[in-house]
Design a protein around this ligand. Structure first.
Ligand SMILES: *Cc1c(COP(=O)(O)O)cnc(C)c1O
Length: 406
């Protein structure tokens, strides 16, 4: 029988705080299991989840087919090595090519690593053209691309970078949706422009079609590679498989992760044939785990289930409903300024900090997250229904009303 002592929630939290590095201010809850769009903590309290592990668990928890696919792969083989081929990686890559229209796939273990690979590919592409090693990359202010050095170097938030300087060199920053600010940073050394098609952590700012088209034309004219980071906004979240597909502005390199494996740690960077054939070659890049059979079995099944479950249709329908309801909140509360977003990636912008509202919601059984101090970010599982949105709004409205009177 079990000889491990079962602790209370408070005791686990204390043990966690004594053992883990303090890099997060965690919510005071120990989550235990999930089913559909609900999570349960170790004391049996149920929560409606509008965070989805930060835009990860698109298919909802405890999806039988997904679970069975993973269990089946575990019983076959979890890991081999990239020195050999494996069937799940082949299947996952072929399906990913099909839904993205890109030509070449490299699987990674995380979003940040996908960004690292994309940046290396861009530098190599430029190096092969002129043999120089002083190329520049343009990134956006308020962007977020991850916590490793390369990804952090193109993250437009000085607060995340400051203590870790020096970053990798030759990065210049411009403003999203301000084409002139991009133009002002272009030199004959520019090898890539990297941006999130919809900025996530930075506050849910979608790039406009006009801006993307101008950036694309600039890149074509100067043979600069356009890297679109779709780690958060990709995989159906905005009502397209990848957000750029809405505008028909195709990147040379794109990154994906978060919902790609729906919880199994996996990311990827994808390239067009042109970028792929003239950048990273044998020996230039690698990873031990990236693209292993377990991770790729997840990717492969996720892409099947997206198609079978008409996930994108659901995002369009429920996303439009959520957007309409957020608009009503803006009208009804004077401390809510506006809302913005695409599909099931929405932000509600407050004139006050939202931390207290999120804590109250958690107490009432609703999981929400912020993006910055003043924005509540809605990135629920992509399988949510309008009824789930109503249920979320009932709890959120209670919290907002308490805020009004307090
Ligand atoms: C989350 C995120 C990353 C980093 O992904 P990790 O898996 O945390 O390394 C990079 N870019 C964007 C847009 C993200 O949202």
């Amino acid at each position: 029988m079990m000889d491990e002592k079962v602790l209370s929630m408070k005791e686990y939290i204390n043990e966690a705080e004594a053992a883990l590095l303090h890099t997060y201010n965690r919510y005071q809850v120990v989550l235990d299991k999930g089913d559909g769009v609900y999570l349960t903590d170790i004391e049996g309290k149920k929560y409606l989840d509008f965070c989805a592990g930060i835009a990860v668990f698109a298919l909802g928890y405890n999806n039988r087919e997904y679970n069975d696919a993973l269990k089946g792969q575990i019983d076959k083989v979890i890991h081999t090595s990239n020195y050999y081929y494996n069937v799940p990686a082949v299947e996952a890559a072929v399906k990913l090519k099909k839904v993205s229209g890109m030509d070449r796939v490299f699987f990674t273990n995380s979003g940040a690593e996908a960004v690292e690979g994309a940046l290396k590919a861009a530098r190599k592409y430029a190096f092969l053209k002129d043999g120089k090693t002083d190329h520049e990359i343009i990134a956006m202010n308020h962007s977020f691309h991850g916590r490793t050095f390369g990804a952090l170097s193109v993250t437009g938030n000085p607060h995340y970078r400051e203590a870790f300087e020096p970053m990798i060199g030759n990065i210049r920053f411009a403003d999203l949706n301000d084409f002139d600010s991009v133009l002002a940073q272009v030199t004959d050394k520019t090898c890539a422009i990297i941006l999130e098609t919809v900025q996530g952590e930075g506050g849910i700012y979608p790039a406009t079609g006009e801006f993307l088209k101008k950036v694309r034309a600039l890149c074509d004219e100067k043979d600069i590679l356009l890297i679109l980071d779709e780690i958060q906004c990709g995989m159906g979240r905005t009502g397209e498989m990848f957000a750029w597909q809405r505008y028909g502005v195709k990147p040379d390199i794109m990154t994906t992760a978060k919902a790609l494996g729906c919880g199994v740690p996996v990311g990827a960077f994808l390239m067009t044939e042109k970028a792929g054939a003239h950048s990273l070659a044998s020996g230039d890049h690698g990873t031990t785990y990236g693209g292993n059979p377990l991770a790729c079995a997840a990717v492969s099944k996720v892409l099947d289930l997206f198609e079978k479950g008409h996930i994108i249709d659901n995002v369009r329908e429920v996303g439009a409903y959520l957007e309409e309801k957020l608009g009503e909140l803006v009208d009804n509360y004077d401390f809510i300024e506006t809302h913005r977003g695409l599909g099931l990636m929405q932000g509600l912008v407050f004139s006050i900090p939202v931390g207290d509202i999120i804590n109250r919601a958690l107490e009432k059984g609703l999981i929400l997250i912020n993006a910055g101090t003043n924005i509540i970010r809605f990135v629920p599982p992509l399988v949510i229904t309008k009824e789930n949105v109503d249920e979320m709004l009932a709890i959120l409205t209670e919290c907002l009303d308490e805020k009004k009177t307090s």
